[in-house]
Design a protein around this ligand. Structure first.
Ligand code: UPG
Length: 471
């Protein structure tokens, strides 16, 4: 019997690479004849992508990693004016290399005659590579590391936006987006949509290519986003075939060079001594950080809340501070001794699994949301960038699965005050709240979805069968 091979192209960054590679592993579990080749790119601002990819695939003989050659990066000023525009430009520079590698793979497989290349599985940022697949008559599949709500935004661009790049304004009227039950106010749109230096164009151009994929795999489950999934499965063929396959989570924390092992052991010992559900965890993703005035307000809010806390904090890339503790209010560390702990990079999935954690102040990256649901820990929303404001809106308004701290925070100019932080922290830590009950129930359903016979498990099995059958 011939084997089928899929070529995966993940985008760099913990939030993207970990879930797509975990998804690759789950696909292999479904079919012993399947092979996967992963093309890994070195992104200038995320040095650990390579190491992540290696460690995540080390024990998988049926996954082969190929490093894409270095390319001249886009000008660094572009990263300052729009991260999304920079990534879009960077990915487009990879296309000729992906084309060469796919050509080599196809010709070497046709020489042996035992393996058939079945398609490309692309991160959302890698949609320009749909052209490479088209050239070889191969199907492209998008593995969406975000949720079905975000798919709604992308499909809105796929179907409603013509050649000219639209302009969005914060005070524009609410929009009806595919998959959302409520109209969506532009103030919760991804910040890139308001960026006139290529950010909006990058997002819209990504969205416009979604309709060209053969299928879209979404890191969610029907139980979690019922309205959106129902919409996409029954929209009369407007959207490519959607497979909800999540939650795809890697439940073991990844080794990270920023993790201070000694400090981490100290924190674990401290957590072990705390009563059940008594500590609020604050963490803002692989890239989230705040300026000093915002750090001060969060610190004062934590003091006011009188809750125990573990706070993972980082210095903003452009700041003069060397150490995040320098940004804290005077005397804070002494005052919170025994009640609060500060760390840099945290082993987040381990923290959320710890019985002492009772609430999570999160930037609302989709992986963080899934991890917290998985462990039944309610979130207070504090989105920072990317599509996090939209995720916060979905969690608070659409699904009633989170406490609103902020849904529309923007780094440039907003300041969330200490009393708002204190209120949301107290609220998310309430032991008998409706939100906590709902989160626990949804978390259970999400776990069942990926078990043998569950909705996402079945959807993944169907995808593997469809891919193998059509190759
Ligand atoms: N993490 C840690 N320790 C930390 C910080 C993060 O282990 O101190 C882990 C966390 O457990 C999670 C991942 O890193 O697995 C972070 O993923 P996510 O919560 O999705 O946040 P980002 O890293 O910010 O992810 C990017 C985007 C986000 C988007 C996500 C998926 O910023 O908005 O939803 O990618 O596409």
């Amino acid at each position: 019997m011939k084997s089928s091979e899929l070529i995966f192209v993940p985008a760099p960054g913990a939030g993207h690479i970990v879930s797509i590679l975990e998804f690759a592993r789950r696909m292999l579990d479904q079919d012993e004849h399947l092979l996967i080749t992963v093309l890994v790119m070195k992104f200038p601002y995320i040095p650990y992508s390579d190491a992540y990819a290696k460690s995540l695939t080390a024990s998988q003989p049926r996954i082969q990693l190929i490093s894409l050659p270095d390319v001249d990066p886009p000008p660094s000023e572009l990263y300052t004016t729009s991260v999304e525009a920079y990534i879009w430009d960077f990915i487009e520079r990879q296309v000729p290399h992906v084309q060469d590698i796919v050509t080599n793979i196809i010709s070497s497989r046709s020489n042996t005659g035992t393996v058939r290349v079945a398609g490309l599985v692309l991160d959302l940022f890698c949609v320009p590579m749909i052209d490479v697949a088209d050239e070889f008559g191969l199907p492209s599949f998008i593995f969406l590391t975000c949720n079905a709500g975000f798919l709604g935004l992308m499909m809105y661009f796929s179907y409603n936006v013509g050649h000219a790049i639209p302009e969005f304004g914060m005070s524009d009227p609410e929009l009806s987006l595919p998959g959302f039950a409520n109209p969506v106010p532009p103030r919760v749109f991804p910040g890139a949509l308001f960026n006139k230096h290529g950010g909006c164009a990058a997002y819209v151009n990504i969205g416009k290519r979604f309709k060209d994929a053969k299928a879209i795999l979404v890191n969610t489950c029907a139980e979690l986003e019922p309205h959106a999934i129902e919409y996409f499965l029954n929209d009369g063929g407007k959207t490519p075939q959607v497979y909800p396959v999540g939650p795809v989570l890697h439940l073991k924390a990844q080794p990270n060079s920023s993790l201070d092992a000694a400090r981490w052991n100290e924190i674990k010992r401290w957590l072990d001594q705390q009563p059940e559900s008594s500590v609020v965890f604050l963490c803002f993703g692989s890239g989230g950080s705040f300026d000093a005035p915002q750090v001060k307000e969060i610190a004062l809010g934590l003091e006011q809340s009188e809750q125990k806390f573990l706070w993972s904090m980082r210095v903003p890339p452009s700041s003069d501070f060397k150490n995040p503790e320098e940004m804290l209010p005077q005397g804070f560390l002494e005052r919170i001794q025994g009640r609060g702990m500060i760390c840099g990079w945290a082993a987040q999935v381990e923290v959320l699994a710890h019985k002492a954690i009772g609430g999570f102040v999160s930037h609302c990256g989709w992986n963080s949301i899934l991890e917290s649901l998985w462990h039944g820990v309610p979130i207070a929303t504090f989105p920072i960038y990317a599509e996090q404001q939209l995720n916060a809106f979905e969690m608070v308004k659409e699904l009633a699965l989170a406490v609103e701290l902020k849904m529309d925070y923007r780094m440039d100019g907003d300041l969330v005050k200490a009393d708002e932080v204190a209120r949301a922290v107290r609220c998310v830590m309430q032991s008998d709240s409706q939100v906590r009950k709902k989160v626990k129930a949804k978390g259970e359903l999400a776990r069942k979805a990926v078990m043998d016979g569950g909705s996402s498990f079945t959807s993944l099995a169907r995808f593997v069968k469809d891919v193998v059958a059509s190759s």
